[in-house]
Design a protein around this ligand. Sequence first.
Ligand SMILES: [Zn+2]
Length: 146
Amino acid sequence: MSGFDGIAHAGVAMVTCMDSRIDPLRMVGLEPGDAKILRNPGGRVTDAALVALVLGVSLLNVSRILVVQHTRCAMASAGEAELQARVGERLQQDASWLSIGAITDQRQALRADVRRVRSHPLMPAEVEVGGFLYDVDTGLLGDPVG
Ligand SMILES: [Zn+2]
């Protein structure tokens, strides 16, 4: 592969979940080189994701930001305490101190995350930001949330 220059050629950055059922580029019809992809458990706009998005819009040609959560996400499958218990059980250690970030309401979390991006002091007003719920069974992106 040659010709990659690190710029997001389609002007897109996507924050999405680390779930292996998700193929972020194919989800939105893009190809390698087109987009900045940031992944973490749940597809949350974390502090680290925000820094990456600011770098994207300032230096890497990003003009559209998609925040994408998905159906049947493990992070939304149980509460914080239960996820901690599952991790602890598997590792045979106390994991109750680990901040996992369980999601209780995905649409609410998406709206909050979109607001978080839009309200960042270094986020240009003209950047489009949208939140979406991806259906892992149908392979379709839902209508914009937030
Ligand atoms: Zn997930």
